[in-house]
Design a protein around this ligand. Structure first.
Ligand code: AHG
Ligand code: MN
Ligand code: MN
Length: 333
């Protein structure tokens, strides 16, 4: 009898490297994130029918418009960890301050951060979206627990809402991809220990914002567009409006996603937030053989001063991120 590929549940129980209690709790936590992912996927699938698209009429702490589904996805995730004492508190792009759980506040081993809906502008057009998550050890149970380097993440990943719903995660032992089989409602393993290409042929950046970039960012993107068949140029542009969608493409095909500092639109550190966007994606991509950098520093080494801090962000294949760093350091190769 051929053995079917494992479900997320089975994979977490049988294939995670050790079966210590901490790992069992972590497995539960990841499984619950899968359930939340399924609930969010369902909300997206019926949004037009239920008239739950569009603006919520509110702004998040960063002054960005909140869509109804940003708020709904956030509520689902907060509620998902409201029992069982798995996490002491959660922090989110959509909440100014962490939400502390009464039950978990004292004894829980973990804290959780998320971007409930990444690529919100795609909500109203049925484009690709994602939920990003980052799991950290709980220390003293205050916000200071979070203001630490990304190397301290215990696990991280994302749920991708596209033609298929994917659950992608790492706990520091490779990056694994699961695809939701809607008939049975389970995530099924489709790629174990994913190895991304060392070099790609595509780049993802919002070139409409070029006017606000530094010279090195402009020069890098111009370089990618210059024809030179021997080095695989010109690269193709692939920008979806959802970083999760773009980074997932890069995990499979190689290439680079870039959100540089933007001096002209009030984003001197770019748009992408370190704790719940950059750190988790950097962990996933590094575990697949890629790199994530600000252009100067390895993203996982950085610790923010504030919960919602942003950084200039470049992530993708090792060759393209190396090349980008060369431009930022003023030494194009
Ligand atoms: P979010 O929807 O969580 O605010 O994140 C959107 C991010 C990222 O997913 C995307 O690549 C980028 O912002 C799009 O921003 P621009 O419209 O400035 O390109
Ligand atoms: Mn986002
Ligand atoms: Mn978001």
């Amino acid at each position: 009898m051929t053995r079917p590929p494992p479900t997320l549940d089975r994979f977490l129980l049988e294939c995670e490297p050790d079966a210590a209690p901490a790992t069992r709790e972590l497995s539960q936590l990841l499984l619950r994130l899968g359930v939340a992912g399924k609930r969010i996927a369902r909300e997206l699938a019926v949004a037009d029918i239920r008239h739950t698209r569009g603006s919520a009429g509110t702004e998040n702490v960063q002054g960005e418009e909140q869509k109804k589904l940003d708020v709904r996805a956030n509520d689902i995730l907060v509620e998902t960890f409201d029992y069982g004492g798995l996490v002491s508190f959660v922090a989110s792009e959509e909440m100014e301050k962490p939400h502390v759980y009464r039950e978990g506040a004292g004894g829980a081993r973990y804290t959780l951060l998320f971007d409930p809906m990444d690529g919100s502008s795609n909500i109203d057009v049925d484009g690709t979206l994602g939920t990003i998550f980052s799991i950290r050890p709980r220390r003293d149970g205050t916000e200071a627990d979070l203001l630490r380097p990304g190397t301290e993440q215990v696990a991280a990943g994302y749920v991708l809402f596209g033609p298929a719903v994917l659950f992608v995660y790492t706990s520091g032992h490779g990056t694994h991809v699961f695809s939701l089989d809607p008939a049975i409602g389970e995530f099924v393993l489709v790629r174990r220990n994913l190895e991304m290409p060392k070099k790609g042929r595509g780049y993802a950046v919002n070139e409409g914002r070029r006017a606000g970039w530094a010279e090195a960012d402009r020069a890098f993107v111009e370089h990618l567009k210059e024809p030179d068949p021997s080095s695989g140029r010109p690269y193709s542009t692939r920008y979806s409006g959802s970083m999760v969608g773009d980074v997932h493409r890069i995990l499979i095909e190689g290439g680079i996603y870039l959100y540089p500092a933007d001096g002209s639109s009030g984003k001197p550190s770019g748009k992408i937030r370190l704790l719940y966007e950059s750190h988790p994606l950097a962990f996933v991509v590094e575990q697949a053989g890629g790199r994530a950098s600000t252009g100067r520093d390895r993203v996982l080494d950085l610790a923010p001063r504030r919960l919602h801090e942003r950084i200039p962000f470049a992530i993708g294949s090792a060759d393209e991120v190396d090349l980008y760093e060369g431009f930022v350091r003023g030494a194009p190769s």
